[in-house]
Design a protein around this ligand. Structure first.
Ligand code: ATP
Length: 554
């Protein structure tokens, strides 16, 4: 229930429309019950008047019936418009809220989630919250309001009929939904869990489809997906059976309630305590009340699934920040020097990677980090970017990195990651991810320095050439050079390049290295840190630092 309250707090901006939707729902339900009651009374009174030959003023009742019918139809339209509008706006703002919560968690806190899991929570789980207000909260409030109001209305005309109806309405509107809620809790939660796992597996399988085909592992992957689908279908079948039981129970209650009202009111009519036409009125009103109450079991049936989706979303959003941001006024680094003092760090606490690193890089200096695979070179860049925490001290322009707010830090650093990601768009889109205009004067030189110039000049669409999903329409080396150009286009005094020439042929690599050397040799303020295994890249540094494998923990 905490998740439900939190959902409501997050929906604060839509409270006005949510309440309007519920009030409209109450209006529609009341108009429907009154319409049925008035119609029943009107038809029966007309019949009695016709049979007895007495005069009957049918003008007012028929006008009332038309009025109620119009209120019901227009009210239903307005209610749908308001409740759906509010729901979609809530979902849109929730998605933005969740995305903003996830951004500071990346990459360290998100990497333990399987491929499609985070995307699934952001999309499918947020979509599942559509039910919370639209199909659960609003129907529960309007249903219980109609139930109470309808009983009072019936009691006004015939206390025995209201009394006869009471146990069936309570059974159908309170007991049956509560039983259903407890029965559907397990399968509802399971269905959300299995659906999420299935989504992750399918996404993962599609992302790695080439390797699966080449290694003959498609059948195994398909079998896993089939097994997960079977589990999902089993939970959905259990939910379906519970739903059918609910429908059956509701029909049985409605039938029995009709008979009970007929009996109670019939006795009163026979005793002359109430007029005969009231019998039809009471019966039709009771039927209308059941229509309102019939949505209650369905609402409680959906509740566990919606709450499970909410829990998954809040669990992800509440993951602790892997690295706390510095509070207070941002200290201003003196220059672009980088100093490591007894720095130790790891991805996992029990597996030390970097141990006691000591190094001073003066402002405008350049260092190439090399060393065996797994020695922690990429981790070193993660530390500088504040993606992960460290022991010891890292000074940037004599300011401790921990004391520098991340926003301030990121204006100082531009980085080419080990696995750069290209967004689905053109080369131009990928050069300016923030949507700003390309700086034309700097662009030409950056394209030359990253070895892209002649390739782009040969393309019929030039910078407007699409790169495909994650760079699928360009070669690996071209994708890397686009990412390199994007890194160089950002003006920052510290430049980190992780394997800038990976995937390039020897001639292009040499060309890029020469251009980068020229670019950074002449820039006394820019500090360059490069990670590379490639001998050609060693020329990029004034110093080459060889990182070794960490020693095993004692
Ligand atoms: N996200 C992670 N979680 C846990 N361990 C990791 C993670 N990423 C890398 N490692 C492990 O940490 C060690 C250092 O990895 P890192 O990528 O920093 O090394 P590297 O020197 O950059 O390697 P390479 O030269 O192959 O890119 C490796 O043993 C690696 O298996």
């Amino acid at each position: 229930m905490k998740s439900l309250l939190r959902f409501l707090r997050l929906s604060r901006g839509q409270w006005f429309w949510m309440i309007c939707g519920i009030l409209l729902g109450m209006l529609v339900m009341s108009a429907n019950a009154l319409l049925m009651a008035l119609s029943g009374w009107f038809i029966a009174s007309m019949a009695v008047a016709g049979a007895s030959g007495t005069a009957f003023n049918f003008f007012f009742p028929s006008a009332g019936i038309r009025f109620l019918a119009i209120v019901r139809t227009v009210g239903r339209y307005a209610e749908r418009l308001v409740t759906h509008g509010a729901t979609f706006r809530i979902l849109a703002s929730l998605r933005v809220w969740l995305f903003n919560r996830l951004a500071p968690l990346a990459p360290a806190a998100l990497e333990r989630h399987a491929g499609g899991d985070v995307a699934g929570r952001l999309r499918a789980d947020v979509d599942a919250l559509e039910n919370l207000y639209l199909r659960i909260l609003a129907p529960l409030v309007t249903g219980w309001f109609t139930l109470a109001g309808g009983l009072l209305f019936l009691a006004w005309f015939s206390p025995p009929a209201a009394l006869a109806l009471l146990p069936f309405l309570v059974g159908a509107g309170v007991l049956l939904p509560l039983v259903l809620r407890s029965r559907s809790e397990g399968p509802g939660r399971e269905a959300v869990h299995h659906a999420a796992e299935l989504r992750s597996r399918v996404t993962e399988g599609l992302q790695g489809i080439e390797e699966l085909i080449l290694l003959g592992a498609v059948e195994r992957q398909a079998a896993t997906v089939e097994e997960l689908s079977a589990r999902l279908v089993a939970s959905q079948e259990r939910l379906g059976r519970i739903g059918s039981f609910s429908n059956g129970g509701m029909q049985a209650c409605a039938g029995a309630a009709g008979a009970a009202v007929l009996l109670a009111a019939g006795v009163q009519v026979a005793a002359g305590e109430i007029p005969g036409p009231w019998l039809a009125m009471l019966l039709l009103c009771a039927a209308a009340l059941f229509e309102a109450v019939s949505q209650l079991p369905a609402a409680l049936h959906l509740l566990p699934g919606a709450l499970a989706a909410a829990n998954r979303i809040f669990e992800l959003a509440d993951a602790p920040l892997p690295v706390a941001d510095a509070a207070g006024p941002a200290p201003i680094p003196r220059d672009a020097s980088v100093v490591f003092r007894q720095v130790s760090a790891s991805y996992l606490p029990e597996q030390p990677v970097l141990q006691d690193l000591r190094l001073t890089v003066p402002a405008g200096g350049s260092v190439v980090f090399t060393g065996p695979s797994g020695s922690g070179k990429s981790l070193l860049f993660d530390l500088l970017l504040r993606f992960r925490d460290y022991d010891g001290s890292i000074l940037l322009g004599e300011v401790e990195l921990r004391d520098l707010p991340k926003d301030a830090l990121r204006t100082m650093i531009t980085a080419l990651p080990q696995r750069p990601h290209l967004l689905n768009g053109t080369i131009r889109d990928n050069l300016t991810l923030d949507g700003s205009e390309l700086p034309e004067e700097a662009l030409e030189q950056v394209l030359v320095d990253s070895g892209l110039h002649s390739w782009i000049a040969s393309l019929p669409q030039g910078l407007d050439t699409p790169v495909g999903i994650n760079g699928s329409a360009v070669s690996g080396g071209e994708a890397r050079r686009i990412a390199l150009a994007r890194t160089l286009l950002k003006k920052a005094p510290i430049v980190l390049l992780d394997e800038p020439t990976e995937g390039l042929d020897a001639a292009t690599e040499q060309e890029v290295v020469t251009c980068l050397q020229r670019r950074f040799r002449h820039s006394a303020e820019t500090t360059l840190l490069v990670i590379s295994h490639r001998p050609a890249c060693l020329a990029l540094g004034d110093t080459v630092v060889r990182l070794g494998r960490p020693s095993s923990p004692p």
